[in-house]
Design a protein around this ligand. Structure first.
Ligand code: BEZ
Ligand code: FE
Length: 303
């Protein structure tokens, strides 16, 4: 180990890790070391800065609970989650609706509701809307009996779980009918700040970023034989559509709230229509995991 220099240390580490039996782990870890070392060399990282970084990552870890995943929030605000989602889309067998962030507020335990049900427990006058759309394959053939899980903020811009760990509101699981249609009553979503009371919020403020997500509604759609879709719709008129702090919004997922939509099965309410196309599923999709996770499930994962 004698005589290692900033120029030779990287190869020494890679040589030592070359014994890793799992080929994918060997590839990922070797690349991570190469890029980490290149980063330290590029910025000429000082010991004080390195400790600051270690303290930051420690604070991020301490903030994680079954209800809060600060590491995912960090990944989101650095654009890594959106990049991983884009790479995931590029491996689909067919080009369906694009992935968008699952985010930290998805819950596996969500009520199953009949078509047309209202997902908000309290609906302020004037805020009710209808949300509907058709789930199809990439050729437009309806996918019947697809499971459509939906979650969003309430009128105060907060998710139920941010109000209380036990609360279930503004979320539900629907099933598409024979024409692939899902139908939901809800309230108009609002843009909101990502959780800013932890180390990631400190980072976002230090960078003078606004910390806001544009108004959106999340979807997780599954049907046998199709690749699971994690996505979201975004309100086109939101001022932060183009500068989402977590890089999840994009024009192809933007929708308008229409004052009336003759095609909507429920009349008399402002309406959002959001159709989704599913790619067929491959063996690799079946073996691969979900795009994102319920924070409580992450704490149960083996390291
Ligand atoms: C969300 O959409 O709920 C979300 C996504 C990333 C970070 C924070 C919130
Ligand atoms: Fe969200």
């Amino acid at each position: 180990m004698q005589g290692l220099t900033p120029d030779t240390i990287t190869d020494a580490v890679l040589d030592q890790m070359a014994t890793t039996p799992d080929p994918r782990m060997r590839e990922v870890m070797a690349s991570a070391v190469r890029h980490l070392h290149a980063f330290a060399r590029e910025v000429n990282l000082t010991p004080a800065e390195w400790i600051k970084g270690i303290a930051f990552m420690t604070a991020v870890g301490k903030m994680c609970t079954p209800e809060r995943q600060e590491f995912i929030l960090l990944s989101d605000t650095l654009g890594l989650s959106a990049l991983v989602n884009g790479l995931h889309d590029s491996t689909a067998m067919e080009e369906g609706t694009h992935t968008s962030l699952l985010g930290p507020f998805y819950r596996e335990a969500s009520p199953t509701l009949a078509a047309g049900s209202q997902i908000a427990k309290t609906v302020k006058p004037g805020s009710e809307i209808v949300l509907y759309g058709r789930v199809t394959d990439v050729n437009g053939k309806p996918v019947a009996d697809a499971t459509v899980s939906i979650w969003q903020t309430g009128a105060d811009g907060l998710y139920d779980i941010q109000e209380s760990a036990a609360s279930i509101d503004y979320r539900g699981v629907f099933t598409t009918d024979a024409d692939g249609i899902y139908l939901v009553r809800t309230v108009k979503p609002l843009g909101y700040f990502i959780p800013m009371d932890g180390p990631v919020g400190d980072m976002v403020r230090a960078q003078k970023r606004h910390g806001m997500r544009p108004a959106h509604i999340h979807f997780l759609v599954g049907a046998p034989g199709y690749r699971e879709l994690v996505t979201a719709l975004y309100l086109r008129d939101d001022p932060h559509l183009a500068d989402d702090v977590v890089f999840g919004s994009s024009g192809d997922l933007a929708v308008d709230v229409k004052p009336n939509d003759p095609g909507c099965p429920i009349k008399g309410l402002p309406t959002i229509r959001f159709d989704m196309r599913l790619s067929r599923e491959t063996a690799a999709d079946k073996a691969g995991g979900r795009v994102g996770a319920d924070p409580s499930a992450i704490l149960k994962q083996p390291a």
